[in-house]
Design a protein. Structure first.
Length: 67
């Protein structure tokens, strides 16, 4: 069997924000949607949905708390 020649992924890293879900006391990342209009994701324990809209100028904060 020939060794595989893995080529590094040339895509830029996918933008994300870190979120602490207070409902279940867990932290996870939520990622920017394909349209670039919001960061969307779910609590990994209870499945509660979260969407954070983007805006011109936005915020420099990378970590958030969902209550």
């Amino acid at each position: 069997m020939k060794p595989s020649h893995h080529q590094p992924d040339k895509r830029p890293p996918r933008p994300f924000i870190g979120v602490h879900f207070k409902c279940c006391h867990v932290y996870t990342r939520i990622y920017l949607n394909r349209q670039g209009t919001a960061y969307s994701g779910f609590c990994p324990k209870c499945g509660g949905a979260l969407s954070v809209k983007t805006a011109p100028g936005g915020s420099k904060a990378r970590f958030w708390t969902a209550e």
